[in-house]
Design a binder for this molecule. Structure first.
Ligand code: PEP
Length: 255
């Protein structure tokens, strides 16, 4: 099984242009000194910093640039929104979609997310699709049910071919930015569950090829243990992605 390992840093609404360029450069310099066989390393600055980071920073060729969101329409009267083609034109090749903050604060629905993913793939970019339960669901033992619905509603109508360009990220909402991490066993259990859902619908070969990342308070100190689980193929990193040493240490933990 040659699934890609992936470490992706979501910078959220942080950093000015200069700060983003400096952080990208620092990460790039540190990455340049390590071997990362079979690992994709992705950073996701905010929209206004994508172009400067991609075009005005000399980055290690392994660093890929992601956007944190995108509109599903190809173009048109959607004031304040950003299209797939715009992102592609500034060097983006991956788009994070369905982050819990987008679902919670910007009312993103599974229906809209399915369209967004299709739009991303039509432009030959990859999508990182985030899903995960809130604390109440976990406490009520409904986490599998909730995740199953998210996976089915967004991904189950897709052509199996799409999965070459889809990366999944399990992000239990109660673990995001809280310092509370799912245990490696909890992550493995959910990742295996999702892979089984994909296998039942699309076949084992497709299920085995999809990388499933874990996100939720991953830090240099816990990354290795989480990444050691067989169905955990990497991490989507928030807070720790804003410090070059921490992000690089997490990249090292996967190799
Ligand atoms: C995230 O926002 O995707 C995330 C995982 O954040 P943090 O690492 O800070 O919990």
């Amino acid at each position: 099984m040659d699934r890609k390992k992936i470490v992706a840093g979501n910078w959220k609404m942080n950093l000015t242009v200069n700060e983003s360029q400096n952080l990208a450069q620092e990460i790039s310099n540190q990455i340049a000194t390590i071997e990362t066989p079979n690992t994709r390393i992705i950073i996701a600055p905010t929209f206004t910093n994508l172009y400067p980071v991609y075009h005005h920073t000399k980055l290690d060729h392994r660093l890929e640039i992601a956007a944190q969101n995108m509109h599903q329409a190809v173009k048109g009267a959607f004031t304040g929104e950003i299209s797939a083609e715009m992102l592609k034109s500034v060097g983006v090749n991956v788009v994070i979609l369905g982050h819990s903050e987008r679902r919670q604060y910007f009312c993103e629905t599974n229906e809209a997310l399915a369209k967004k993913i299709e739009t991303v793939l039509e432009k030959d970019m990859d999508a990182i699709f985030c899903f995960g339960e809130v604390l109440e669901d976990r406490k009520a033992d409904k986490h599998f049910e909730v995740v199953e619905r998210q996976i089915k509603e967004v991904l189950f109508y897709f052509n199996p071919e799409y999965f070459k360009s889809i990366i999944l990220a399990y992000e239990p909402v109660w673990a995001i930015g809280t310092g509370e991490t799912a245990t490696p066993e909890q992550a493995q259990e959910m990742h295996a569950f999702v892979r089984k859902l994909l296998a039942e619908k699309f076949g084992q070969e497709i299920a085995d090829q999809v990388s499933i990342l874990y996100g939720g308070s991953v830090k240099p100190g816990n990354a290795k243990e989480i990444f050691s689980k067989p169905d955990v193929d990497g991490g989507l990193i928030g807070g720790a992605a804003l410090k070059a040493e921490d992000f690089t240490a997490i990249v090292k933990a996967i190799n």
